[in-house]
Structures are given as C-alpha cells and as structure tokens.
Ligand binder design. Structure first.
Ligand code: GDD
Ligand code: MG
Length: 343
C-alpha cells in the first residue's frame, strides 16, 4: 500500500523552531517526527511513502539520501509552489503515478491508531456503499483547532467543518489526519491552483454523500503548536514504559549534580552543575548554565541559558538564543539570531 504524507507546510505556529527546519524534521523523543510517522505506517502495511514536499525539501532529501526512512521506500514529490492540502495530494499522486486506493496522512500527527482497520473498513464496507474516501476520526475535548466531522449511523459524513468557532460544536469527533482515498478523488481536485481538501474537496463530497468516516480509539496528537510539541515528546517518553524517563543523546554532557527528569537532551548539549531540566526538550549543542532551571520548554540548537536563569511554561528559544544569567522567562518565544524568511 502506498501513502502520501503531507510535509510541505511552513509550520508557522512552531516558529522560530521551524525557521530553518520543517516541522516534521524536528526531533521528537530523539528522532525526527517523520520517522515516527513512517514507522507507524510501516506497521500497517505501507511499503512506499510519497513525501509531499514544499517548504525546505532539502532537509528531508539530505537526511534520507538513500530514499528510505524507517525501512520504507520514499518518493520525493516537490511542489513548485505551495498547493495547499488537496493540491499537494493531487501533485504527489500524479508524480508517483498512483492509480489505486491509497492512504493520505498529515505528516505532523503522531498516534497509535489502527490504520489497518481503517483501510479494511473502507474496502469492505464503505466502498461497497459508494464511498470515495474514508476519514479516520478521533474524539477530542475542543474541536476548534481541527476539522469537526459529523456522521450518520452508516458512517456517512453529514458535515465537515474545518476550524469551527470555539464552543459552537461540542463533542464532535475530529479529522485525525488519515484518509483512505479512491483515485477518483484526485479528479475532483482542480489542477494548477491552491486547493484545500478540508474546506473545498471534503465539503463537496459530503454534499454528494460519498465521504465516510470512522472513529478510532487510542493515542493521538497533532504536533502543530509548542504546547503539543512538548506534549508529544512527553507522551512518547511515558509510553516507552519501563525505560528511562528521559532520552539523553550519548554525547550530551550532564553535570553529576544536575537533575534531568522527563526530558529529551540532544547531541552535544551541556547541562551545568545543579541545573534542573524538567519536562523539556533541549536541542543539540545547547548549554544550560549552572543552577539554571528549564521547565516545560524548548531550548533550540546552540542556545545558551545563563547561570541561575529560569526558562519555563512553554517558553521556546530559537536556535542560538542567549538568555542572561538570572533571567526569568515564562511562556516567552524568543526568535534568536535567525530571521524570517530564512536565507
Ligand atoms: N505539501 C504540502 N503543501 N503540505 C502542506 C501544505 C501545502 O501547501 N499545507 C499544509 N501542508 C501539510 C503540513 O505540513 C501538515 O503536515 C499537514 O499538511 C496539515 O497541515 P496543518 O497546517 O498541520 O493543518 P492543521 O493541523 O491546522 O489541520 C489539519 O490537521 C488536523 C489534524 O491534525 C486538518 O486536516 C484538520 O482537519 C485536522 O483535524
Ligand atoms: Mg497539524
């Protein structure tokens, strides 16, 4: 089975971390996000992934020069310009010559949802009922950052509302970012312009009664914001079970008097004497000064947190940021020396 994985977005909500690095190449529990995504697809029978690339495609091609990732063959489909989600799917499918039903995956979603079940349901039940596509749904408390989806008893989608206003739709299931598509869906997507599958293609399919969905149970997270980026790493650490509660790169240097809990330390970073790092992600070569505290935050590559400084509550330091000794940062987003657009 083939899967188109969308990884071409700008990752704006994760800036400055995404000024040079596409969101799906950011490390999650010590591995680029895309490797977790592809490994999950491989577990469900995907043997070729078409990466739908737009923003910074070189970051992917340089990391997987032999065009395999987590043991799966990669095909690189680089858009000439951002085509939005449906345009990107059409472009990637044409590039790879896809002519059978296939999976589409939002490349910034991590989960343990049973995609084999999604595919079987589509093939055995929904497609027999005229489905051109079946969407995987999950339940969340607040659907407003996602696509809210209502279905009837047969699983037919009766409404697809992308980013519904807060409080308007309670208890709706949401689009989990996994679709089984029949190739005829591609013919619905106009060529040569931006087309959004959530706002244009899916609502049109709902009107014709050819879109189906199924609610899954399990772990699911969209890694699109700093809060969910930190949470995704913590989730993976917690889910690793009996293993160590932190992921520490072998080349990280941690003072014996430092305390590191439930955190991810990248290659070559240094954690000073009596420093505390808790529920956080420290990128490669970052330096945490003596007596400093880092809590529920992200420290970019080669950033420096001065002695006795505190960086807490979803602060995000861009690569190379320097924080003065004794400073107190709470929920601060600091861009560092990198600028937008990246050179
Ligand atoms: N190739 C390409 N080209 N990829 C794109 C483009 C584009 O123009 N625009 C976005 N993407 C990729 C992003 O990189 C990401 O992996 C995926 O498409 C989804 O885009 P997001 O920007 O992360 O969307 P979202 O999180 O706000 O909402 C989407 O995901 C939710 C679930 O995670 C929607 O599909 C929602 O309906 C859904 O609930
Ligand atoms: Mg997303």
């Amino acid at each position: 089975m083939r899967a188109v994985v969308l990884v071409g977005g700008l990752g704006t909500r994760l800036r400055p971390l995404t000024l040079r690095t596409p969101k799906q190449m950011l490390p999650v529990a010590g591995r680029p996000m895309i490797e977790h995504v592809v490994a999950h697809l491989a577990d469900h029978g995907v043997d070729e992934v078409v990466l739908s690339l737009g923003y910074r495609p070189d970051a992917f091609t340089a990391s997987y020069p032999d065009a395999t990732c987590a043991g799966v063959r990669l095909v690189y489909a680089v858009e000439p310009e951002p085509l939005d989600t449906a345009g990107a799917i059409r472009f990637a499918a044409a590039h790879a010559g896809i002519d059978e039903r296939f999976l589409v995956v939002n490349g910034d979603v991590l989960s343990d949802l049973d995609l084999s079940e999604l595919v079987s349901l589509h093939d055995a039940v929904h497609h027999g009922g005229g489905a051109e596509a079946t969407i995987q749904l999950v339940g969340v408390e607040d659907p407003s950052p996602y696509g809210a989806v209502s279905t009837d008893a047969s699983g037919r989608v009766t409404a697809f509302v992308e980013k519904p206003p807060s409080g308007e739709i309670a208890d709706a299931a949401i689009n989990a970012g996994y679709y089984v598509l029949e190739p005829q869906v591609l013919e619905r997507i106009p060529e040569g312009r931006r087309v959004n599958i959530e706002r244009e293609t899916f609502p049109a399919m709902v009107a014709e009664g050819v879109l189906y969905a199924t609610v899954g149970k399990g772990w699911w997270i969209d890694v699109g914001t700093p809060e969910r980026y930190v949470q995704a790493s913590l989730d993976l650490l917690d889910r690793a079970g009996d293993g160590p509660p932190s992921v520490v790169a072998p080349s990280a240097m941690v003072a014996t008097t430092a305390t590191v809990s439930r955190s991810v330390l990248g290659p070559g970073c240094r954690i000073g004497r009596n420093a505390r790092v808790e529920d956080s992600i420290v990128f490669s070569r970052a330096v945490i000064g003596n007596g400093a505290t880092v809590r529920r935050s992200v420290i970019g590559a080669a950033a420096v947190v001065g002695d006795a400084a505190t960086v807490a509550d979803l602060s995000v330091l861009g690569n190379g940021t320097e924080v003065d000794g004794g400073a107190e940062l709470v929920g601060a987003i600091l861009p560092g020396p990198e600028t937008w657009p990246a050179a």
